[in-house]
Design a protein around this ligand. Structure first.
Ligand code: FDA
Length: 304
C-alpha cells in the first residue's frame, strides 16, 4: 500500500514543484542523488571509477511537455558526453525518452537520440534508454531497435521482470544483439500485465538473469537483491562463466558495501548516478521501493 502511495505521490505536480524548490528537499534527496549539477555528478563518477566501479550518468528529468525542455535536457547529455571523453571516464549515459519529448512526439525523442548517438559514436560511449511505465514499453523497444540498426552496440534499453511480456521482449532484443539492463520494475502496473506478487517478480528475474548472462550479449543485471546476486555469483562459479560476460548494476547511494565487495571479487559493477534539480519523481520511486527509507532519512535529518 505504501508503495502505491509513494508512486502516486511521485506524479503529484504541486508537491514536486514545492519539494524541488525547497532546501530541505534537496538535502533529503542527496541520499540518492549525486548533486544538482554536472560537475557534482562527474566528481561522483570519478570517485567510483577510482574504486574500480563503472558508472552510468543520468541527468534527471521526465515527462516534459514542450520541445524546448526536451532540447534543454539533451544539451546536458551532450555536455556529459564531452566530459566523459575529455576526462577518460569509465562511464556511459542513461536517458529517459519522455525527457526527450516522447509524450509530445515520438519522432522528436528519436531525433534527439539520433543526435546524441552521433556524438556518442565519436567517443565510443554507450547510451542506455531507461524503461518507463508500460504505456511506453513498445515504443521504447521500437526506437531502440531502429537506433541499434544504425549504431549497433552503442545503444541498449531496459526490461522489467515484473511484466509478463518481458520474456518475449528479451528474446526479441537478444536475437538482434541488443544489450539489455534487467531490473525488477519501478512503476505501478495493473495485474493484467504484470506480476503483483514480489515472489513472482523475483522468480522471473532469476530466470531472465540466467538467460541474459549466458546469451553472449553483454547485459546488465540491475538489482540490490542480495539473494539474487548471490545466486548469480554461485552460478558463475559453478559453470565457470567468465565474470566479464555481464555486469551488476546498482543505484547511487544504495548498498555501497555490496557494490565494493562485488568489484573487489572481480565482478564488473556499474553504479547509476542520477543528478540534477528535477530529482523528485526519482526520489519518490526510491521511497516506494523501501518505505523504511523515510524513517532512515528523518533520523539522519534531525541528527544533522
Ligand atoms: P528489491 O526491491 O527486492 O530490494 C532488494 C534489497 O535491496 C532491499 O531489501 C534493500 O536492501 C535494497 N534496496 C532496494 N531498493 C532500495 C532503496 N530504494 N533504498 C534502500 N535500499 C534498497 N526501474 C525501471 O522501471 N526502469 C529502469 O530503467 C530502471 N533502471 C534501473 C537501473 C539500475 C542500475 C537499478 C539498480 C535499478 C533500476 N530500476 C529501474 C529500478 C528497479 O526496477 C527496482 O525498482 C529497484 O532496483 C529495486 O529493486 P531491487 O532489484 O533492488 O530489489
Amino acid at each position: 500500500m505504501l508503495r502505491s502511495l509513494f508512486i502516486a505521490l511521485s506524479r503529484h505536480k504541486a508537491l514536486r514543484a514545492f519539494s524541488e524548490r525547497s532546501s530541505i528537499g534537496r538535502t533529503l534527496s542527496s541520499r540518492f542523488v549525486a548533486g544538482m549539477s554536472v560537475p557534482e555528478a562527474l566528481a561522483a563518477a570519478e570517485d567510483l571509477n577510482r574504486e574500480g566501479i563503472s558508472v552510468s550518468l543520468d541527468s534527471l528529468g521526465e515527462s516534459v511537455t514542450d520541445a524546448a525542455q526536451a532540447h534543454a535536457g539533451a544539451a546536458v547529455y551532450h555536455q556529459l558526453l564531452d566530459q566523459i571523453q575529455k576526462r577518460g571516464l569509465d562511464a556511459n549515459v542513461s536517458v529517459k525518452l519522455t525527457q526527450m519529448g516522447l509524450d509530445i512526439d515520438p519522432e522528436l525523442a528519436e531525433g534527439i537520440l539520433r543526435g546524441m548517438l552521433v556524438h556518442a559514436e565519436e567517443g565510443g560511449t554507450f547510451i542506455r534508454i531507461d524503461m518507463e511505465g508500460s504505456e511506453h514499453t513498445e515504443t521504447t523497444l521500437q526506437i531502440t531497435e531502429r537506433l541499434h540498426q544504425r549504431w549497433p552496440g552503442l545503444v541498449g534499453t531496459v526490461l522489467q521482470a515484473y511484466l509478463y511480456r518481458t520474456v518475449d521482449d528479451a528474446r526479441r532484443l537478444l536475437d538482434q544483439g541488443i544489450r539489455i539492463r534487467l531490473c525488477k520494475g519501478a512503476y505501478k502496473e495493473p495485474a493484467s500485465i504484470a506480476y503483483a506478487n514480489k515472489a513472482d517478480v523475483d522468480q522471473n528475474y532469476s530466470h531472465l538473469m540466467i538467460y541474459l548472462a549466458t546469451s553472449g550479449v553483454f547485459c546488465g543485471l540491475a538489482t540490490h537483491d542480495e539473494a539474487i546476486i548471490d545466486r548469480m555469483c554461485f552460478l558463475t562459479e559453478q559453470y565457470n562463466l567468465p565474470k566479464h560476460t555481464f555486469e551488476f548494476q546498482m543505484l547511487y547511494g544504495i548498498r555501497r558495501d555490496l557494490q565494493r565487495a562485488l568489484a573487489a571479487s572481480g565482478y564488473r559493477v556499474r553504479v547509476y548516478i542520477p543528478f540534477g534539480p528535477e530529482w523528485y519523481p526519482y526520489f519518490m520511486r526510491r521511497l516506494a521501493e523501501r518505505p523504511a527509507n523515510v524513517l532512515f532519512l528523518a533520523k539522519n535529518f534531525f541528527r544533522s
